[in-house]
Design a protein around this ligand. Structure first.
Ligand SMILES: *Cc1c(COP(=O)(O)O)cnc(C)c1O
Length: 400
């Protein structure tokens, strides 16, 4: 469990607005004035820091959000991005050069997988995909030109949990950067305290929690964040995945309720997972004692936030999965939609949608049947009522 208390960091956020407002003022400007030409010269030359120049580089509103999330993740600094992929691609392009090699988990977000598999080879950066829950596979894949190890704390879509502390030891032994995507488990895990060098989130999901915007964040050392926004060398600066100040301000406001939401998402997901199991269905949920990494998670998580809001349940076939999801949507259980972390339950069939980048053969190997339904369980006040309705939908579609 983390030594620092991530939810206390949210409690401690305090920014005053320009007129003493209880919310920070929004810096609604792309560019910033200078009283003297000389000062601007010094900022460009890198001799002077802490001045705002242009919002692709730094902006007070994106800065507030970055600072709040860095504090939550207990890293020195952070840089926000216009999407989770903007954060991920910037980090990988910053650390790797042509000729380098990445060792990555193979059960990662589809977009990240596609970026590593299809896009990075254009720059002669190759990736070996391994099962990061097997430490020996990671060690075996490391080559002289390996630069980094990449994984998700809880992987999409099978909800496998990687042993971050153990992987970090391997990374340190081989002098590699360890990059962790913590999107599924904000507050639940504190990867920085388990040895991750860079912690990434898609803010689009639980952290913003409103399904109204796309955004991302990179949390790391002050030195790495400076590298990212370096005017001449920085991926965040030069690739330009810049988050707008208005959106950054909205996300900061939503961050304040993250701890309450995570507890409710987890409690509801745990309830549904146990009920599905009692119906005899195949269920993946790390809170269930039979989940392969249940014990590991129990020992390393920040327990008060539960085992997360994601549940996978096998409907038997893609046809049944589709029927069930359509019926659940009509019954107002939630939405047949990708993404996660919304107040309503979102469901999709990862075999056919979010993980479609992963070849069928590989999906089978991963234990991913095409009848799998992924649920991002919502904030329902009465989850037992929700379950009864889902059960009816399951009966109608012959899932049970
Ligand atoms: C959604 C997601 C991403 C990508 O984030 P965007 O904000 O959609 O660009 C990356 N990693 C994980 C685990 C995700 O769920």
């Amino acid at each position: 469990m983390a030594k620092h208390k991530p939810a206390d960091k949210i409690q401690d956020i305090q920014y005053f607005g320009e007129y003493g407002g209880v919310n920070p003022s929004i810096a609604d400007s792309s560019t910033f004035t200078y009283l003297e030409g000389k000062t601007m010269e010094e900022v460009f030359g890198g001799e002077r820091e802490g001045c705002y120049l242009y919002s692709r580089h730094m902006n007070p509103s994106t800065g507030y959000l970055a600072e709040a999330i860095a504090s939550m993740e207990n890293t020195e600094a952070a840089q926000v991005a216009a999407s989770g992929m903007g954060a991920i691609s910037s980090v990988l392009m910053q650390i790797c050069e042509a000729g380098d090699h990445i060792v990555s988990s193979r059960t990662i977000y589809g977009g990240t997988y596609a970026f590593m598999k299809n896009f990075l080879p254009k720059f002669n950066i190759e990736t070996s995909f391994v099962n990061t829950t097997r430490l020996e596979e990671i060690e075996a894949a490391i080559k002289p030109n390996t630069k980094l190890i990449y994984c998700e704390t809880m992987s999409n879509p099978l909800l496998e949990v990687s042993d971050l502390a153990a992987i970090s030891k391997i990374a340190k032994k081989h002098d590699l950067k360890f990059v962790v995507d913590n999107t599924f488990t904000p507050l639940i895990f504190s990867p920085n305290e388990m040895g991750a060098d860079v912690v990434i989130h898609s803010l689009t999901k639980f952290i913003n929690g409103a399904s109204d915007t796309v955004a991302g964040v990179i949390c790391s050392t002050r030195e790495f964040v400076h590298e990212l926004i370096d005017v001449n060398q920085g991926a965040s600066m030069l690739l330009g995945p810049t988050l707008d100040a208005l959106r950054a301000n909205n996300i900061l406001k939503n961050l304040r309720t993250l701890h309450i939401r995570m507890k409710q998402h987890s409690a509801n997901a745990d309830y549904l997972a146990r009920q599905f199991k009692a119906l005899g269905l195949t269920v993946f949920y790390p809170g269930l004692e039979e989940h392969p990494q249940h014990q590991l998670m129990k020992e390393t998580m920040n327990t008060e936030f539960g085992f997360g809001g994601m549940v996978m349940v096998d409907a038997g076939s893609i046809e049944k999965a589709n029927q069930l999801m359509e019926l659940m949507q009509n019954a107002n259980i939630g939405y047949l939609a990708v993404s996660l972390g919304f107040y309503k339950t979102l469901f999709s069939a990862p075999g056919a949608s979010t993980s479609s980048e992963i070849p069928l053969e590989e999906q089978k190997e991963m234990g991913l049947s095409n009848g799998m339904v992924r649920m991002s369980v919502g904030l329902d006040n009465d989850i037992s009522r929700t379950f009864e309705t889902i059960k009816d939908c399951m009966k109608t579609t012959n899932v049970i």
